[in-house]
Design a protein around this ligand. Structure first.
Ligand SMILES: NC(=O)NCCC[C@H](N)C(=O)O
Length: 419
């Protein structure tokens, strides 16, 4: 499949997911914060909820599974040794690649995701407070963040936290080597010759949205830095073709539910978006900056907010308010549990958590029919028969990991949108 992401809403043709495994339970409460969770999770409940998401995705598109694809590329010895060397050097255990390589491909894929226990075979290891030599990838099921489709390329993330860095190495290896994909990767740690990258450059997929082929909205906050966005600008400048626009939305640094742009703003349809009102329109004034790149020349100015900035570019989105218009407490409660984090699988057809009832009611008032995942999976409801709908999945446990439906999906190809 050729990767092709020119919008947030075009009909989904392929999506990358990861079914949570033991890595989500491999932590104690004391480690939850370092693992970037708001709480410790129960895997069996999380899996039950997750099966609703995957069940729906399988009904509507081609689904690619990271663990399976990783095992497949690890069957190639050159790819295996290259990836292991990169991981071991990066994680401060150079020389361990030989021992790890002795595992068969599928066991090794499991170890790289679920973690490798530290053997207490010398004094340093015996006294170490760490349980793992290679730590589990607790957040891999949030596939959105470690790589992102940018038109015909896959942009590899540069994670703000070390606990997620191995995810980017795995994704780059998959996109570069798995026969299922035809793409070019763009990686801030391996920039194209001549493109400067600041050491402070960070970039995560939750902050990155392709609105139209030449319009991007990017969140700038605790996960994506100005230097990370400058890397994107430099790459666009280098392409030198036509005019591109980047709208940058500053995000609050606390609480952790504002980590990414997609926790406060997601696109739902050609004319509708979901917003967490206090951050996107509130008086607190988190800046919205518009950047125009025109044949290599960069022009920057400030805009009142994302939707006004998009309107100037010919995209007129009506905001639906997360939590509804009535009560700021309700808005805050639902935003906390990913109430603004919707994943569009077609224009006007979206997936989100069923727990955020006020947000769903607001969507319903705006013409979205509401269906349970189970009705889609069983075939009782066919979304083709509706112009606008929201498919709801359970999310009591998954939401504690800190994300919703958009965070758990990495689209690799979408059809063109009829704007
Ligand atoms: N796009 C997203 O907002 N992803 C959610 C990531 C949650 C994960 N626990 C993290 O903090 O990175």
């Amino acid at each position: 499949m050729k990767t092709c992401i020119d919008s947030e809403i075009g009909k989904l043709e392929g999506v990358v997911i990861h079914t949570p495994g033991s890595e989500v339970e491999n932590m104690t409460p004391g480690y939850a914060e370092r693992a970037l969770y708001s709480d410790i999770l129960n895997l069996s409940i999380a899996l039950n909820e997750y099966s609703q998401l995957v069940g729906v995705l399988k009904k509507i598109t081609q689904v690619f599974d990271i663990k399976k694809m990783l095992a497949e590329i690890l069957d190639n010895r050159v790819v295996k040794m290259q990836l292991l060397r990169e991981i071991c050097n990066h994680e401060g255990i150079p020389g361990m690649e030989g021992a790890l390589a002795e595992n068969d491909a599928s066991t090794l894929a499991g170890l790289l995701i679920e973690g490798v226990i530290l053997e207490r075979n010398n004094l340093t290891n015996y006294l170490s407070p760490e349980k793992f030599l290679l730590r589990p990838l607790h957040n891999l099921f949030f596939t959105r963040d470690s790589a992102m489709g940018m038109n015909g390329k896959m942009l590899i993330g540069r994670m703000a936290n070390p606990v997620r860095e191995r995810e980017t190495m795995i994704m780059e290896a998959i996109f570069n080597n798995h026969p299922a994909f035809e793409t070019d990767t763009l990686n801030p740690i391996k920039p194209i010759h001549g493109i400067p990258v600041d050491a402070k450059a960070t970039l995560e997929g939750g902050d990155f949205q392709v609105i139209r082929d030449n319009i991007y909205v990017i969140g700038k906050g605790v996960r994506t830095s100005t230097q990370g966005i400058d890397f994107i600008i430099e790459n666009i400048k280098r392409q030198g073709r036509g005019t591109h626009h980047i709208i940058v939305q500053e995000l609050p640094s606390v609480p952790e539910s504002f980590i990414h742009l997609d926790m406060v703003f997601t696109c739902l349809d050609v004319d509708t978006c979901m917003v967490y009102e206090p951050v996107v329109y509130g008086l607190s004034r988190f800046k919205t900056i518009s950047i125009q790149i025109d044949n290599g020349k960069v022009k920057i100015d400030e805009q009142p907010n994302i939707t006004k900035a998009l309107k100037k570019l010919g995209i007129d989105l009506k905001p639906v308010v997360c939590g509804g218009n009535e009560d700021p407490w309700v808005q805050e409660r639902e935003q906390w549990h990913s109430g603004a984090n919707f994943f569009a699988f077609e224009p006007g057809k979206i997936i989100g958590y069923e727990r955020n009832v006020h947000t769903l009611e607001e969507l319903n008032k705006n013409g979205f029919e509401i269906f349970r995942a189970s009705d889609i999976i069983s075939g009782k409801v066919n979304t083709d028969n509706y112009r606008k709908c929201v498919v709801t999945i359970a999310g009591s446990e998954l939401a504690r990991g800190g994300g919703g439906a958009r965070c758990m999906t990495m689209p690799v190809c979408r059809a063109n949108v009829n704007w």
